[in-house]
Ligand binder design. Structure first.
Ligand SMILES: Nc1ncnc2c1ncn2[C@@H]1O[C@H](COP(=O)(O)OP(=O)(O)O)[C@@H](O)[C@H]1O
Ligand SMILES: [Mg+2]
Length: 402
């Protein structure tokens, strides 16, 4: 058994030097993550107007011109897109071009947690795509990565190990001193990203310790509200956002419990496979127990406007899956979202580049891309409809473009 220590040491040093090289590469200025340009067709769909209307708008004074390439083709940055929406709002005064919530009309901040027991059920994929969809459509969004594995954080181009200080994560909030100015600390937690209107509280492995630290503090101070930390943080920043999206870890520990209590809506991503049914069943049993326990400790702590099962990774051509999805829909009834998230190789292809479908620039088959994107938009539009319903607005014409 000799030699293993040396060999593993060697592996460790290889990992370290490869990581250093990767960081150097990615830190070159042109490799830093940014957002691609959008084509006129995409911009028209996102704004909910026809491509012809968008073309005509370019004759109007002060309409954002976008950028014109030599061949006369126009493209738009995300800032152009938001400027176009603001221009349309100025001209029409129509709420569809200013979807931000209206606090004075009682539209409250909504916090949507993506939760399930199992890794790989599509939590991070659905949470990040939903957050970006909302930002594209003009909402103000805060994404909170509550998984120490930090895959949502990595999708935003941050290296959890090197770019994210422990205090930049939710741990920075739970570790605050008793005499700290909580309000100003909370206001400093969200970081801007290269997505305008989408801020992030990132994750790193440091979050893992929060699981134990919260229990430790509870043992030291019997009345410590270990379950209420995220809700308290959000109370300080709520006026800046319309929607908070929480990406949770694949188990129900202290971090997930905090998300369950801060949330006003739950989305449970569930692939249509037997194994996932079994683990999702376990997950709901644990939720039931938590709900019972909390009735004594913190009555009223769980309060949801909606709980929805989201079918993920649906393989259209698979007949067994078709049958499972049909049962899933029939048995969950109104608790299942109508639109399933289709399994598409593009989510993986984009993911390898640390991109989402909204960021990915397809090179080959645009048709496949369009199909994947349309399915993703349908999922997100049906979640957006839930938000609008809670705010008492109708979904028609509000960002429901294909
Ligand atoms: N709709 C989809 N089509 C194809 N691959 C998907 C899809 N959704 C998720 N995946 C892949 O499945 C894996 C797990 O998804 P992820 O969202 O990270 O799950 P979780 O956060 O629940 O662990 C990832 O590699 C992701 O790229
Ligand atoms: Mg995840």
């Amino acid at each position: 058994m000799t030699g293993y220590a040396e060999r593993f040491e060697w592996y460790a040093s290889v990992c370290h030097s490869v990581q250093q090289r990767a960081i150097e590469l990615e830190n070159q200025p042109d490799k830093r993550k940014g957002l691609r340009m959008f084509a006129p067709k995409e911009v028209a769909a996102i704004l909910g107007i026809s491509p012809g209307h968008l073309r005509n708008l370019h004759r109007e004074p002060n309409f954002p011109p976008g950028r014109s390439a030599g061949n006369g083709r126009r493209s738009y940055s995300i800032d152009d897109l938001h400027a176009a929406r603001a221009w349309l709002f100025d001209q029409t005064n129509s709420a569809r071009y200013d979807p931000s919530r209206r606090e004075n009309e009682g539209e409250k901040l909504q916090t949507i947690a993506f939760v399930n027991f199992k890794g790989g059920s599509g939590k991070t994929t659905s949470a990040t795509h939903f957050a970006q969809y909302l930002a594209l459509h003009g909402y103000r969004v805060l994404l909170i990565d509550l998984d120490p594995q930090a895959s949502a954080t990595a999708l935003f181009g941050l290296h959890p190990d090197t770019d994210v200080a422990p205090e930049a994560t939710f741990a920075g909030w739970t570790r605050r001193d008793d005499d700290a100015d909580a309000a100003s600390l909370a206001k400093r937690m969200p970081q801007t990203t290269y997505w305008p209107r989408l801020d992030l509280i990132p994750a790193s492995l440091a979050l893992q310790q929060v699981e134990y630290e919260l229990v430790g503090t509870l043992l030291a101070q019997r009345r410590y509200p270990f379950y209420d930390q995220l809700r308290q943080l959000l109370a300080h920043v709520s006026e800046r956002y319309d929607v908070v999206v929480c990406d949770c870890r694949p188990d129900v520990g202290m971090l997930t419990l905090n998300a369950l209590i801060a949330a006003t809506g739950l989305v449970v991503p569930m692939p249509p496979s037997m194994i996932d049914f079994a683990s999702s069943g376990e997950f709901f049993r644990i939720l039931a127990q938590i709900a019972r326990d909390l009735t004594e400790v913190a009555p009223g702590a769980l309060a949801y406007d909606f709980v929805r099962v989201l079918i993920t990774k649906h393989k259209m051509a698979d007949r067994n899956q078709e049958a499972i999805v049909a049962w899933q829909r029939a048995h969950f009834g109104g608790s299942a979202l109508d639109a399933p998230m289709l399994e598409t190789a593009l989510v993986d292809a984009a993911g390898i580049l640390k991109e989402t479908l909204y960021e990915y620039e397809p090179e080959g088959n645009r048709q496949t891309y369009q199909r994947g994107l349309t399915a993703m938009n349908r999922v997100n539009a049906s979640l957006e409809a839930e938000l609008l319903r809670v705010w008492g607005r109708s979904a028609t014409g509000q960002g429901l473009a294909a």
